[in-house]
Design a protein. Structure first.
Ligand code: NAD
Ligand code: UFG
Length: 375
């Protein structure tokens, strides 16, 4: 079966956003709606709330009418069948999945089942309805301990140290093999670095359940007085101040990267040259829509240390945030940051916002919603 064409206007394009009520998904829906796309959010709310979708609609204003919500799982084949049968879906942006690194070590079966089996079911039902345009949320975790920084897309992949990371690596392989077996597939693998920040409205943001595992949500809860002090995991790394260095990227920039990927898949940006650095280029369809597997890092290209993040957040919230040095966290690497030239050159996308802006927006969200969507 031929693939759906993306060579059309956003107004005529319907995007199924799995996991669209989540942190990155909700911000991506806002950007899609702002560009005129029609959006269907499919989310089982296992790590999010319906309130996020309401707020996405609020931010979108009149465009909010183009955002439908379906509560359910990507593992539910019958439900997916109905979603595809009742809607003229053109493309999928696939965020749905579990993402807690530590939890994945304790619950490998749940992680492989939800992330891997869920994606297989999704792709199978999509294919049966002629939808072979997929943007997938991958992660810098697929590089493992990187062989060099800044990390380019052709940096060799290394085995991730946890089941969560394994699911990302496996699903990159699965999606690449779909194209290898059927040249109609048009796949983009987006390898995110460290998404933080929130929408500047303060209406949507990251809402972790329980004590946050990730640095910025933890710092934000210290800033709002819910936690006493930030634990800094190691100050003896070979970095300028001894703490770990990461490439933090504003979630709004990241969200816009998905819109850029959709345009690129539709043949609307890029040079048309063979895709370098890890990607596999296919012959474009007669309508100019691309075929193949495009791989892109989404980061800023700049690394910041844990202490720099705490300092930036302190500036944002107007007080020195307390921290204590703790032992290194198992599995952490010293430094990772992205080379983003490929996304710039081919997608026409660059991250705009700096660390201060990320922390300001994160602080606005946290202070307006100290208990997240339950506030
Ligand atoms: P999130 O948990 O906020 O969003 C994921 C969403 O998927 C949630 O709303 C959850 O309810 C939903 N979901 C989970 N399983 C589902 C299922 N079976 N069916 C339907 N919905 C389901 O996480 P996020 O930070 O927005 O991440 C989105 C994607 O990006 C994930 O795939 C994640 O692994 C990936 N990613 C995230 C980061 C990060 O640091 N946040 C980094 C790299 C990659
Ligand atoms: N850190 C602390 N204290 C904390 C939490 C984190 O010092 O309370 C440090 C970590 O040691 C690391 C940095 O802050 O140096 C960033 O840690 P995060 O947990 O925020 O992010 P990671 O880089 O460890 O993990 C992120 C994503 C994962 C993904 C991984 C690899 O959250 O999903 O990048 O790409 F797998």
């Amino acid at each position: 079966m031929t693939n759906k064409s993306l060579a059309k206007r956003p107004e005529d394009t319907c995007v199924l956003v799995t996991g669209g009520a989540g942190f990155i998904g909700s911000h991506t829906c806002v950007e899609l709606l702002a560009e005129g796309y029609r959006v269907i959010v499919l989310d089982d709310l296992s790590n999010s709330s319906k309130e996020a979708v309401r707020r996405v609609r609020r931010i979108a204003g009149a465009g909010g009418e183009r955002c439908a919500f379906v509560e359910g799982s990507i593992l539910d084949r019958d439900l997916l069948g109905r979603v595809f049968a009742e809607n003229d879906v053109d493309a999928i942006i696939h965020f749905a999945g579990f993402k807690a690194v530590g939890e994945s070590v304790e619950k490998p079966l749940e992680y492989y089942w939800n992330n891997v089996a869920g994606t297989l079911v999704l792709c199978d039902v999509a294919r049966a309805h002629g939808v072979k345009n997929v943007v997938f949320s991958s992660s810098a975790t697929v590089y493992g301990e990187p062989e060099f920084v800044p990390i380019t897309e052709d940096c060799p992949k290394h085995a991730p140290t946890n089941p969560y990371g394994q699911t990302k690596s496996m699903l990159e392989q699965v999606l690449s093999d779909l194209y290898a077996g059927d040249g109609e597939w048009n796949v983009v693998l987006l390898r995110y670095f460290n998404p933080i920040g929130a929408h500047p409205s303060g209406l949507i943001g990251e809402d972790p359940k329980g004590i946050p595992n990730n640095l910025v949500p933890y710092v934000a809860q210290v800033a709002v007085g819910k936690l006493a002090a930030v634990g800094v995991f190691g100050d003896d790394y070979p970095t300028p101040d001894g703490t770990g260095v990461r490439d933090y990227i504003h979630v709004v920039d990241l969200a816009r990267g998905h819109v850029a990927a959709l345009r690129w898949m539709g043949g609307k940006v890029g040079t048309g040259e063979p895709r370098g650095l890890g990607s596999v280029a296919g012959e474009p369809a007669p309508d100019g829509t691309r075929r193949g597997v495009g791989i892109f890092n989404l980061g800023t290209g700049r690394g910041s240390s844990v202490l720099e993040v705490i300092a930036a957040f302190s500036r944002a919230c107007g007080r020195e945030l307390p921290y204590v040095i703790k032992p290194r966290r198992a599995g952490d690497i010293a430094v990772n940051y992205a080379a983003c030239d490929k996304a710039r050159d081919e997608l026409g996308w660059v991250a705009e916002y700096d660390l201060d802006r990320m922390c300001e927006d994160s602080w606005r969200w946290q202070s307006m919603n100290p208990d997240g969507y339950a506030s």
